[in-house]
Design a protein around this ligand. Sequence first.
Ligand SMILES: [Zn+2]
Ligand SMILES: [Zn+2]
Length: 319
Amino acid sequence: MMFKKILAFIFFLIIAAPTVAVAGQVKALKVTVLSTMLADQGVGEWGYSALVEVDGRKFLFDTGSNPDVVLKNAKSLGINLSEVEDVVISHNHDDHTGGLILLRRELMKQNPRSMSRVHVSANIFQSRFGSDGADHNGLSPLRNEFENLGGIFVLHKSAKELMHGVWFTGSIPRIHPETNWSTDGLKFRTAAGDITDNVPEDAAMVFSTTEGLVILTGCGHAGIINISEYGQKIAKAAPVHAVIGGIHLFAKSDAVVDWTGEHLHRLGVKYLLAGHCTGIEATWRLRSALGLTRKTAPISSVGSSFTLGQGVYPGNIAR
Ligand SMILES: [Zn+2]
Ligand SMILES: [Zn+2]
């Protein structure tokens, strides 16, 4: 009898105890890669996209390169993207913007609000001129068509907490001399003359979690160390638990990759799901610098994922 009373009391405590809400911290997070070079399910391409599922809400981060790849890959993975209303676009390059129009056009048939809001840095539409005199901005040509489909661009002048513990960085200060971009000589025209396009709008998503920060980056043109340290500044001064996405090290020297590895190690990275422009050699080299394994730092493929509290699912080809 006494035992039953104790059990009932414990049950009462569990029911009555208030849920402990930690300010600005996400509880559940899953990031699933929908576009990158390697694929054992779906189609690989030079591009990047990932679905973010965080505390009951979904975001699409970047939209791949070929118009139909993210749609096709989501379908082959059994993922329905129609309930995703918010898109985050990391920067203007067309290997991150290519799917936007077709995603909106197709998915709004199922849900008028699907893919209707696109978060970008305020300077993303700046013109970048090549030697042919043309503007090579990869997002500007899509702007009218997207807005005619009822979509809106939300231009962020600075970092913004999109929801509890979920940050859009906006433009990232270039503190460390990371030069992780290849714009093939594109220039901004200014009153003082032409200046190199260093992709100043490059932005990332930062998730503040109980394990530390999770960073999601498209091409990492701002430099993954600059991105991570800015994440610590805006979201929380915590170790970086996981880095996901493209880090644009494929063409860099071993010395640059090693420098990056040392700093990621200092920041405390426990999981690395690097894909796209990171490069295969660079990913292996970073894995070694971080003391990680094939289970914690596989090469990202279509369908690979990171789940907070569970770690990385590599897919078959990268197992
Ligand atoms: Zn890029
Ligand atoms: Zn890219």
